[in-house]
Design a binder for this molecule. Structure first.
Ligand code: ATP
Ligand code: MG
Length: 425
């Protein structure tokens, strides 16, 4: 039988890489806690209809990217391509939205059938943040400053640019869509193939077409400024004023439209040019229309999703990863001899009681002193504790500084925790 392989575009995260993932997750969790957000966990599989209704029939996701299958009952299920629809579904199902304010986050795998390349995978991970019950620009800005704080913490803030735009109310957008289609019909033959296809199903997406010639044609297109409703305009002006007050630099990008149907009013993306075509590391906006679309009462909502892999690529690209995260062992216990092994097991447990923050790894599987010391060096530990049968007999242990900053010393079992503490653990 041929060797089994993972599915194309679905990656293993190996133990050499998982510290990097944990580092990002820990930083993000601590930022979220600073703002009082609470975690929600949803299933990775949902009824297909949720995404057809919630994400939008004519989006790239629903048209061509979903992993959809019938289960044994004949029900159509889909591996979630994004988290917002499922989060709203869960919030509605459990009555979290009724006259309540919610600040929620989740993380986990999303699935999209796309062409795998750098920064684009078929199973990828997002951290999503969703808020409900708040209609003002203040909460939109809170979401932006929260993400900005994370980027500062990670040391990548100078390499990402905040792009913002407003999509207006759905009425205003409807009027604009019509004007845009009228204009584009006149130049239809010159549009790229994708944009021709989108002209009648999702014309706004043409605004963020990657084709240079289409972008050139758009220079003559009607401007949304002439169609926006008063309320959305005031909301957007407020957003800009609050961003200035918070000291977050931004660029207004009138061609930023977002790929999903549910957005209204403000939308934003954090974009980097350090990763080539897959430059959007975080994207979101206001989606006041989604809750009613999924059967709830009108509820203001705003959120964003961050692509974890892309942020990790950015961290690596910018060499912004602290080396220390890859260290997983502080102390390595060497035990050579029968009695030494017996003593080492007990002593290790005692030390884990006394020093719960210290990461202590014990040699398992025997071996000579020499081979165990090699393993101690390889483990990256700062200290080795060394036990032979003679030490066991005398109830002592040798403490060796593997980086050579301190003399080797022997100490009694009762004193060793204190000695390690004095040495800085
Ligand atoms: P793109 O234009 O790059 O396809 P999108 O608009 O489809 O992105 P969203 O649905 O807004 O992306 O998802 C939010 C974020 O999730 C993106 O900004 C990106 O960082 C990440 N993301 C989306 N699709 C993928 C993927 N296939 N692989 C890795 N990350 C992804
Ligand atoms: Mg996409």
């Amino acid at each position: 039988m041929a060797n089994l392989q993972s599915i194309r575009g679905m990656n293993d995260i190996l133990p050499t890489d998982s510290p990097l993932w944990q580092y990002l997750e820990d930083q993000m969790k601590s930022v979220l806690a600073q703002y009082g957000y609470r975690e929600i966990r949803m299933p990775v599989v949902e009824p297909t209809e949720l995404f057809a209704r919630g994400v939008g029939e004519h989006t790239d996701i629903v048209e061509k990217e979903m992993y959809t299958f019938d289960d044994r009952n004949g029900d159509s299920l889909t591996l979630r391509p994004e988290g917002t629809a499922g989060c709203v579904r869960a919030a509605l199902q459990h009555g979290l939205l009724h006259n309540q304010i919610q600040r929620l986050w989740y993380q986990g795998p999303m699935f999209r059938y796309e062409r795998p390349q750098k920064g684009r995978y078929r199973q990828f991970y997002q951290i999503g943040v969703e808020t409900f019950g708040m209609a003002g620009a203040d909460i939109d800005v809170e979401l932006i400053v929260l993400s900005y704080r994370l980027f500062k913490k990670l040391g990548v803030a100078d390499s990402v640019t905040l792009n913002i735009n407003t999509l207006g109310s759905s009425e205003a957008r409807g009027r604009y869509r019509k004007a845009l289609v009228d204009y584009l019909e006149g130049v239809k033959d010159q549009l790229d193939e994708d944009s021709q296809r989108r002209l009648y199903v999702n014309p706004l997406r043409i605004l963020d077409s990657k084709s240079a010639s289409t972008q050139k044609l758009l220079d003559g297109a009607p401007s949304f400024d002439d169609y926006i409703d008063e309320e959305s305009k005031a909301h957007f002006d407020r957003l800009c004023a609050l961003l200035k007050a918070a000291g977050v630099p931004y660029v207004i990008n009138p061609r930023l439209v977002r790929g999903l149907d549910y957005y209204t009013k403000s939308v934003f993306e954090w974009i980097t040019d350090a990763l080539g075509a897959q430059g959007t590391v975080c994207a979101g906006g206001r989606y006041d229309g989604l809750v009613p679309m999924l059967g709830g009462k009108p509820t203001p909502a705003s959120g964003f999703a961050m692509g974890i892999e892309r942020i990790l690529l950015l961290l690596q690209e910018l060499k912004a990863v602290p080396e220390s995260i890859y260290n997983t062992v502080d102390v390595f216990m060497v035990a050579a001899g029968d009695n030494a092994e017996i003593a080492a097991i007990a002593l290790s447990e005692k030390l884990r009681d006394a020093l719960p923050a210290v990461r202590l790894q014990m040699n398992c599987g025997g071996g000579s002193f020499k081979s165990q010391m090699k393993k101690a060096d390889k483990s990256g530990a700062r200290f080795a504790l060394i036990l032979g049968d003679q030490e066991a007999e005398q109830e002592i242990v040798q403490v060796k500084d593997l980086q050579g900053h301190n003399e080797q010393q022997s100490t009694s079992w009762n004193q060793v925790a204190e000695v390690l503490r004095e040495l800085g653990l």
